[in-house]
Design a protein around this ligand. Sequence first.
Ligand code: UN1
Length: 565
Amino acid sequence: MTRSISSLVDGRPRADSPGGTITVRNPADLDDTVALAHLGDATTFVDACRRAREAQPAWAATPAPVRGRAIQQLGRLVEANADALARLITREIGKPIAEARGEVQEVVDTCSFFLSEGRRLYGMTVPSEMPDKQLFTFRTPVGTAAIITAGNFPVAVPSWYLVPALLCGNAVVWKPADYTPATAEAFAQLFLHAGFPAGVFQLVLADGAQTFTGLERALDDGVLDKIGFTGSTDVGRRIGELCGRHLQSPCLELGGKNPLVVMPDADLDLAVDGSLFSGFATAGQRCTSLGTVIVHRDVHDDFLARFEKATRDAPIGDPVQPVLYGPMISAQFAERFEGWLDLIRDHHAVHGSTATGRITAEAPRDGFVGAPATGLYYHPTIVDGVTADDDLANTETFGPLVGVATFDTFDEAIALANGHGYGLSSSIYTTDPLHAFRFRERISAGMVSVNNSTSGAEAHLPFGGNGRSGNGSRQSGVWVLHQFTRWQAMNWDYSGRLQKAQMDVADVGADLDFRLPAEPRRVAHSEGDGEGEGEASPPAVGATLPAASASACATRSRACSISSW
Ligand code: UN1
């Protein structure tokens, strides 16, 4: 069945398609047409922003616990429709059904967290420096937020923005990826049935160029107060520039080149499990997907042999079956991935499958699950011998490709892990807590896993990155509240007179010349030396330290030994 999908402005489908139409095919079965999307244009986008802005004040005036109730109802609706939503995700982007179910669960988890935030959304009471005066802080909504998201997580990542934004009393205009209109429309229907008032949730289907023009116009017209964007670093940069001109700070979640460091003391089987999942789940098309395994020279060959075997044995294919991964999420991603395979050079060694590139009858994959010709399936590719200067070390290759680099010293591992300038997720496999904490201190990523994959963040920890991965904004948990509220400070003087801060403040009279009387210093003499206690003299410079300090030195020298590998 082909769905006909349109923007939903004030809950009503827009019959026109000024931005053209897009036909979306199931990437696991290209003969299956999933949806025909009618795209809006910049005017549709600005119109949606204007209507959202009109609806927002009444929503902001709704008590936060009542807003939380709408989030609760949304969570219930998502749970009740979980199977249909997960199956639609699998059909539209080819995500394996188990992962699609996990993604829907991530929406439920997000709702569960924020439904109670409606009963918190705490401000503070703060003491004043003057009597009969009280200070307070309040969180106020930002206004209208445009949320622009990618299609690799077509419901979970949007929910990280939409749910807290609405809970905080904002109105939202959601522009999903143009290649996931069916999932977007289904998810939008759940919002529209969850009890939010008309107008606070708008869905606009549009391509990137029309959306950018729409953002420019909406900002110029003063009908947009916040932008949340998940997507490429280049587009994030342009959105950042645009927001800067309007004195706004966007919430940007951009790409990653996520490192996974394998120390010589690591449990190698565990490291292989983590590399397999974060390298190839969602066919490597997560922002958190593994970019490069950075493995110590002493365990390189052993690790690579195990990783190679696990990858060769992994079931790949039909996403409704239990597979490691299915097809690429759409034709445009498949095409781009083929370009990135060109970054493999002569000094690299390729492992992991029976061929590279698309899985076809001519380039088959042993053990493929299903019929490869019907979909956009690609061989898993492990590229060994990656060095810091390689394009492969510095380019986000969104697809089933994992680089492997070797290090001798911890400093080298850190240089490889940070050198590309991204900073989203990272991982270290080690059995030594010292290595784990040293890694945490020195890695530039916003997220650090220890003995766990780079993917699979839980929905209530701060999610986001630094450098090429984002502008430091964070989603999820209480941290995202900073994105969708602003602090308002209030002071209330009930003294009945003007009390001037800093000037009319009572002082305390202290005697700052007071000193405690000096005590005589004494040391105990050793037994039988025939003398009593005597006056101590300060330890000579360079004298031997007591035992406690000596053990601290031992710890320090162990720490130093990391950099000598
Ligand atoms: C993304 O790819 O943009 O941590 C989000 C993970 C998922 C979310 C990924 N929970 O891999």
